[in-house]
Ligand binder design. Structure first.
Ligand SMILES: [Zn+2]
Length: 297
């Protein structure tokens, strides 16, 4: 089956009349009623950003729909918060981030997102002579497992579209498991691991490059060659968090992973390590080629 990029109509939604759930594959029956499912959730990205945007609307079983809305709830609220020392210039975005900070519960701290800043105390010795102790405040944190679960659903939703058969009204599944290589918040998009990943896969033939919701959602898929069983992906949520990795033949992916640099953690003591975040210069940003971006449509 070919998964070549389908031409997507600009500035409006693609709606599938699919008969199988894109996420779990169940057929629609009375026992498994389907419901309308926005693969990029309307409440996941800032309000109104999907108006006049390309979007993917499918039908999914109620169970998967509920799982995905729950994942989107706190992940949206956290990724819409400005980074420490920053604020949103857009007043609407600022208002929405504040509203979500009060309305969504962090699955980590069990408190609302706005009260989920976490304090870490670091104690140790520098050069084994100078005692240090300092406190670090970190922004509300995503739970890695939930990040992976939602990224998986986004990848599967878009792959379902790419492999969709109009006659049978069903799409296919990702050709193998997903292996996550790295994820990072915006202040750290220039870290050596993310940059090495982008450089290694930059020349791979592109299969999908979706930038929608005024840029608040991005997803790109590449394939090692047009016939390779190995694919790479990159996802960006709300201009804030990036996730990259491979899917398909992960044994083949291992050779690439082995060639990637370490993140160069520095060790305070046995239990604490730290690393300086490295921002990404826009001219070094290779992950999303935006060949099909809204800007050009
Ligand atoms: Zn399902």
């Amino acid at each position: 089956m070919s998964h070549r990029m389908k031409l997507l109509p600009p500035n409006r939604a693609v709606r599938l009349a699919n008969r199988t759930c894109p996420y779990c594959g169940v057929d629609e029956t009375e026992r498994h009623p389907f419901t309308v499912e926005h693969v990029v959730g309307r409440r996941f990205v800032p309000k109104g950003s999907l108006n006049k945007s390309w979007a993917l609307i499918v039908r999914a079983c109620e169970a998967c729909n509920a799982i995905k809305s729950d994942l989107e709830d706190d992940i949206s609220a956290i990724t819409l918060q400005p980074h420490i020392g920053d604020r949103h210039n857009d007043p609407l975005l600022h208002a929405e981030a504040s509203r979500k900070a009060k309305g969504s519960i962090s699955r980590r701290t069990k408190k609302v997102i706005g009260e989920s800043h976490e304090q870490t105390s670091i104690e140790g010795k520098i050069m084994s002579a100078i005692d240090v102790k300092f406190e670090m405040i970190s922004p509300p944190q995503l739970i890695e497992k939930r990040v992976h679960e939602l990224a998986n659903m986004h990848l599967q939703g878009f792959f379902y579209l790419m492999s969709y058969n109009e006659q049978e009204r069903r799409g296919g599944f990702l050709p193998g498991p997903v292996g996550f290589v790295a994820n990072a918040n915006r202040p750290d998009w220039g870290n050596p691991l993310l940059r090495a990943f982008a450089q290694m896969t930059a020349a791979w033939p592109q299969q999908l490059d979706c930038i929608c919701a005024s840029g608040f959602f991005k997803l790109a898929m590449r394939r090692e060659t047009e016939t390779s069983p190995l694919w790479s992906f990159a996802i960006e949520w709300n201009g804030n968090h990036r996730i990259v990795g491979f899917f398909g033949d992960l044994v083949q992916a291992q050779a690439y992973v082995n060639a990637m640099p370490d993140l160069q953690w520095k060790q305070w003591n046995a239990g604490t390590r730290y690393r300086i975040e490295i921002p990404l210069e826009p001219e070094h940003d290779l992950l999303f080629a935006s060949r099909f971006s809204e800007a050009e449509s």
